[in-house]
Design a protein around this ligand. Structure first.
Ligand code: AP5
Length: 192
């Protein structure tokens, strides 16, 4: 299963990907987690990304593509993956398409978790209190939601137009959302 997980900040991508990777036995590749690991390690890339991420802006497409190419060169992705946090704009969608064709791993499905803005803001405020993530402050959350509307929604339209998109209601208990995801991907798994 080669799954691209889409959805606004706080829609539950990371949470559900954690469950899905166990269920599908494929790695969860989160570009946000990869970047946060670079920040924590204090690498050159991490130093470049730190402020950008804290503001809620997007890190440069070049950095992301290089990071992703390195991740996809690892053998654990040979039998599939769950990609979370990429692509976030149309240039990244084109780059991903090219990369996956080049490595012979074309994507099976793009799955969007849909949650309304009010609930997203509530969830991220909750996470800010519990985990203190640097970009969960109100100003950065507003910026992230705005970038999502302006730059990532066109990616969703792109996959919809290409017949690759399924939309799943991301509101409800973690189990309920997970069940909906499994139902949504079942036809692809049967084909595989
Ligand atoms: P990234 O880490 O990808 O952040 P995000 O897309 O903003 O997503 P989040 O991690 O905030 O939310 P999520 O959808 O994973 O939800 P979660 O499961 O955590 O990116 C961070 C930054 O890195 C970007 O802003 C950018 O700077 C940079 N970056 C990353 N990728 C990039 C790219 N491709 N290009 C350029 N820059 C990039 O859930 C959120 C909260 O809700 C949690 O507390 C969770 O417990 C709770 N929750 C989840 N599901 C439910 C539920 N069903 N009911 C109740 N609570 C729930």
């Amino acid at each position: 299963m080669r799954l691209v997980l889409l959805g606004a900040p706080g829609s539950g991508k990371g949470t559900q990907a954690g469950r899905l990777k166990t269920h599908l036995q494929v790695p969860h590749i989160s570009t946000g987690d990869l970047l946060r690991a670079e920040v924590a390690a204090g690498s050159k890339l991490g130093l470049q990304a730190k402020e950008v991420m804290a503001r809620g802006d997007l890190v440069s497409d070049d950095i992301l593509l290089g990071m992703l190419e390195a991740r996809f060169s690892q053998p654990d992705t040979d039998n599939g993956f769950i990609l979370d946090g990429y692509p976030r704009n149309l240039a990244q969608a084109a780059a991903l398409d090219e990369l996956l064709v080049r490595i012979g791993q074309p994507m099976d499905i793009a799955l969007q978790l849909e949650v309304d803005n009010e609930l997203l803001i509530e969830r991220l405020a909750g996470r800010a209190r519990e985990e203190g993530r640097a970009d969960d402050n109100p100003e950065s959350v507003r910026k992230r939601l705005c970038i999502y509307d302006e730059q990532t929604e066109p990616v969703i339209d792109f996959y919809r137009q290409h017949g690759q998109l399924v939309v799943v209601d991301g509101v409800g208990t973690l189990d309920a959302v997970f069940e909906r995801i499994l139902e949504a991907i079942a036809p692809v798994r049967e084909l595989g």
